[in-house]
Design a protein around this ligand. Sequence first.
Ligand code: FAD
Length: 368
Amino acid sequence: MQKTHFDIAIVGGGIMGLATLYHIATRTDLSVALFEQGRLGGGSTHKSGGFVRAFHANPQEIEWSVQTLRFLRQYQSETAFNPIGCFYLADGIDSNAVGQALETMTQLGEKVDACSEQEIVTYLPQLQHQARKTVIHEPNAGFADPLKTSLLYAELAKQAGATIFECAQITDIEQTHIEQNDIAADSPLTLHINGSETPITAKAVSINLGAWSPEFLHKLGLPSDVFKKGIQADTYLVNEEDFPPFCVLDYQTDIYTRPFGHQQQLIGIATQKFDVDLHHHHQSDPAQQAACLTQLNTLMNPQQDKPVALGGRIGFDGYSKDFRGKIYLSKAIPNLCISEGWSGAGFKMAHGAGEHTMKTLLSAISAI
Ligand SMILES: Cc1cc2nc3c(=O)[nH]c(=O)nc-3n(C[C@H](O)[C@H](O)[C@H](O)COP(=O)(O)OP(=O)(O)OC[C@H]3O[C@@H](n4cnc5c(N)ncnc54)[C@H](O)[C@@H]3O)c2cc1C
């Protein structure tokens, strides 16, 4: 007989859902299943630039990112982690917060340093003078492949006994009626799958829906402070000497750039696009490309040869004005844990955030 009851059900097979699945499957004896409406890692995760760095103004974000970096180092070839080093242009962040972040990272064993003028000239000769105020260097950070990382989490979780359903869209989650069956008291939640007459029951449910989160939560009658916002990432044919051979990200403009194969650079920026139809593939917008390159010229010396756009995509993530990434138990539906609002930064925090989601779910279950 097919199993239709699990201790924990995870909705959403992006990097957040899969990292959570991995932690639960490999570290507990609980039965756990993940439901993804399409293919694993096919949402925002698939569009991600894959940048991973630990420097953040918020200590929680540092801790989660350091955990991700450790995982990527452990599985460097499987995740295609490339630790080429990362420079973060932190001008605009409060200097006390910068100092505290450097201290926290050092305590966690992560190499980091605030660059001197001489180091900037050595490593980033292309950087415009006004962008040189506060430059943070993480020599062991870099980028990885978000899809490979997602599939690795899935594989490790399956080896540890987890169940994964692809092409299984959850349409509704409701509290199980006690009289419905004899396991109801132990299975407070029922999940309905599109096109299936067999519901799934679970003690606790984890929702990890990225940009799909606000619509889904509103459908359940739950509030959400998250909105959808576009991020564009394009690949360009470039003269390699015009660009540093490192990851460079800018706090003020949200621009990011890194090498992307021979004579290519991946360059992206958060857009002001909020009008999203998540079911359609989004070609990159040439006007956005032009604006991004103009902004880039304010950071780096105008390139000798103008980068030639080869293609790109606009992806979307769940953003919030008030937080970057929140994991919490719903007040209205018991044992429902929500992870949302990763604001263009979820890949690098997924390992730590997934562990935190697991702990939140365990605290809910232990109260049953
Ligand atoms: C262009 C771009 C570049 C980025 N670059 C970086 C970067 O360099 N570094 C970084 O850290 N972050 C980056 N991000 C952000 C990062 O990709 C996201 O924060 C992260 O992938 C979010 O993961 P998630 O699992 O929450 O969401 P998603 O990956 O979107 O996963 C949600 C999943 O839920 C599924 N789903 C939706 N509804 C249902 C349903 N009803 N039932 C079942 N399944 C459902 C979707 O199909 C999807 O697979 C970037 C994002 C974009 C778009």
